[in-house]
Design a protein around this ligand. Structure first.
Ligand code: GDP
Length: 349
């Protein structure tokens, strides 16, 4: 007699902020692993979120409206989904915008997490919970690289709000025994990153110049160094955290930092420019030796009130305990972004 295959019960995942870069990649990863995926956005009506369209999963994610600033709906939503895993990726994600909207940032990125954790504690205490924490919590940290034990010293309303969210997650784990983990993610980029971040701004800007759609690219601080990884790698780490028997906190990073100028040089090379730099600081600019034109110009206006010189993480704990590591190298990451922007702009032309 044929052995009957035991059917594994379907696991349900709830992703808040599914329309963002990480939400879209995580939704695809979970769908591939057989999950039923529910995702929330603040604007559920209208066309499907473009990132879900781009990954070809728009019809497969069940979309629900949720504003983490609104306490009322969250418990009903958790009741409706009855999730086995909750990934909280919703929030305002831009450091510079958080200076312009500090109250909204605190309401969503900090208090919104209390609202969600409270709903999970009351309505789905067995669910596993992931909190999207950020390297911005380290700010002016006293050590490089930064690890889980490094003292936090945030320097933006965003970093401060994320720090509240991190500690309330730890508190719910310790006080109520929730399986709640916090992933302290360093910068992670992809073609789905918004152009307000410097990586996409550079590849989109240089690809436009390459195609004759723009003349120059204006940037701020070129000497800032960041630990840039690839978003799909980091999203896999989120899922791995929730598969552990014990919840914990982990840094996800590549362990290497590069400057904004390094990023510009590599992206320019990938797009066929041959850059020669002149001047320093706010007077720096880059000429393309082939055309003799200025393609990159520094603008003091784009400097931040407070910036962090170097952000670099130590992913040792994630490697040892999760078996996770960043697979995509910096050079490959820049190449992926540059080619994706060139392709997209050519198709749009
Ligand atoms: P963040 O590390 O999360 O703030 O990510 P960003 O991509 O926004 O910024 C990374 C670094 O690039 C920061 O140190 C910025 O000051 C620097 N930077 C330099 N020029 C620009 C620019 O034109 N736009 C942005 N977003 N950042 C810039």
């Amino acid at each position: 007699m044929a052995k009957r295959l035991a059917r594994r019960p379907v696991r349900r995942a709830l992703i808040t902020g599914v329309a963002g870069q990480d939400g879209a990649y995580l939704a695809r990863l979970l769908l591939r692993r057989g999950y039923e995926v529910w995702g929330t956005t603040r604007l559920p009506r209208g066309p499907a979120p473009w990132r879900l369209e781009a990954l070809g999963i728009a019809g497969r994610v069940r979309l629900l409206p949720l504003d983490l600033a609104d306490a009322g709906r969250i418990e009903a939503l958790v009741d409706e989904v009855r999730p086995h895993e909750v990934y909280n990726l919703a929030g305002l994600s831009q450091v510079s915008r958080s200076f312009a909207e500090p109250v909204e940032t605190g309401n969503v990125d900090a208090l919104g997490v209390s609202r969600l954790l409270e709903a999970v504690r009351r309505r789905a205490p067995e669910a596993r919970y992931y909190q999207a924490s950020s390297s911005e919590m380290y700010g002016r940290a006293g050590e490089i690289p930064q690890r889980e034990s490094t003292a936090f010293h945030p320097v933006s309303p965003y970093g401060v709000a994320k720090l509240y969210a991190h500690w309330i997650t730890v508190t719910y784990r310790d006080a109520y025994g929730l399986h709640a983990s916090s992933g302290i993610l360093f910068n992670h980029e992809s073609p789905l990153r918004g152009p307000e971040f410097v990586t996409r701004k550079i590849t989109d800007g240089l690809a436009r110049i390459r195609l004759g759609l723009a003349e120059t690219l204006e940037l701020g601080n070129l000497t800032a160094r960041r630990d840039w990884g690839y978003a799909e790698d980091h999203v896999l780490g989120m899922w791995m955290m929730l598969q552990q028997e014990r919840a914990d906190d982990y840094v996800l990073a590549t362990g290497r930092a590069h400057s904004v100028r390094d990023f510009v040089d590599l992206a320019a090379g990938a797009l066929g420019f041959d850059l020669a730099w002149e001047g320093e600081g706010t007077a720096a600019r880059a000429l393309d030796r082939r055309s003799g034109r200025t393609v990159v110009q520094v603008s003091p206006r784009l400097y931040r009130p407070l910036d962090i010189d170097e952000v670099r993480g130590d992913p040792g704990k994630a490697r040892r305990q999760l078996g996770w590591q960043a697979e995509v190298k910096f050079e490959t990451l820049v190449e992926i972004l540059a080619q994706a922007d060139l392709r997209r702009l050519k198709q749009a032309a």
